[in-house]
Ligand binder design. Structure first.
Ligand SMILES: [Zn+2]
Length: 309
């Protein structure tokens, strides 16, 4: 484990490396310890065995976990949920009301992911199982969750997806932000946007970042990957990068250049911003936030905006 991770294995909050596709530092599951332990984003169905082993290594069994808190329903965050509830029916699952029906009947979620991932679908994400309706608590933002001695505030957080929430633990200052604050792997100074199709909304996203800043968190817990302590600087940088990428894609579309060239140019911008040096880091970013998907998500956003006028 990196030093960054070790600092977070405190008595309150932990970070588990899901080891997606056997790579470290791509997908994290966060754990709130305490009288009613909770997992934030259990990750993909393909990494459940690793999640169980990692919990055991830190003295927790799945029987001890009481709650699964989903930031949103994308498979890299929530794909394991149905599998886990089938094995551990006592678990309670919290999810945005806009995403709940897709957890109960995941066919559409699977179809939409299959369009993006094709033949890699099962290898990447495993088998997606439905979540029984009776274990689900739906959220819209504005709720207060009392999990034992811990109190979490829930905020509606559209932008990356309309079914995204942020969980804020005021006592520790930790905000579980899912993909709201981008993708920033350990050792990197700034974040890369995560803008896959089909639901990106830049205007909503900027408002969500305002809400997040207003909470003045001491710690951001990113699903990709782990704790961020330079919170204010991170959010400022991320906002700038998100706007720059969105404008870059809009200008590329207006120029009439072919799609492959536009994607290659966005990739060049992304590489220049992050100064990625090792093949391993390049592969991690490609897994956590593939630039071609990001381009398609932003292009779709601009086409929809144009159609609304
Ligand atoms: Zn996502």
């Amino acid at each position: 484990m990196t030093k960054q991770n070790q600092t977070l294995w405190t008595e309150h909050i932990g970070v588990i490396d899901d080891m997606h596709l056997d790579q470290s530092h791509v997908i994290a599951t966060h754990v709130f310890f305490g009288a009613e332990p909770a997992l934030v984003d259990p990750g993909p169905a393909s990494t459940v065995a690793n999640l169980e082993a990692e919990l055991a290594a830190h003295g927790l069994a799945f029987g001890d976990i009481r709650h699964i808190l989903l930031t949103h329903i994308h498979l890299d965050h929530a794909g394991a949920t149905g599998t886990l509830v089938a094995r551990y029916p006592h678990l309670r699952v919290y999810v945005h009301e806009r995403g709940a029906s897709h957890m109960i009947a995941p066919d559409r979620l699977i179809r939409s992911a299959t369009r993006l991932y094709g033949a890699d679908m099962e290898r990447f994400w495993g088998k997606i199982r439905p979540v029984p309706e009776q274990v689900i608590t739906t959220l819209a933002g504005g709720e207060t969750l009392r999990l034992g001695e811990r109190t979490l505030s829930v905020y509606d957080a559209p932008g990356h997806a309309p079914h995204h929430v942020i969980y804020f633990d005021k006592a520790s200052g930790a905000a579980c932000v899912g993909d709201t604050a981008g993708v920033r792997l350990p050792g990197f100074a700034r974040a890369r946007p995560a803008t896959p199709p089909p639901d990106v909304d830049i205007e909503a996203w900027l408002r969500t970042l305002d809400v997040l800043s207003g909470l003045e968190p001491r710690l951001l817990l990113l699903t990709h990957f782990g704790p961020i302590e330079d919170v204010a600087e991170h959010i400022t940088n991320y906002r700038e990068t998100l706007v720059r990428w969105a404008e870059f894609v809009r200008e590329g579309m207006a120029s009439g250049t072919d799609e492959a060239t536009q994607i290659a140019r966005l990739q060049a911008l992304a590489d220049e911003e992050l100064h990625i040096e090792s093949e391993a880091d390049f592969a991690r970013y490609k897994d956590a936030s593939p630039v071609d998907l990001n381009w398609h998500g932003l292009a779709r956003y601009w086409r929809q905006r144009a159609a609304e006028r």
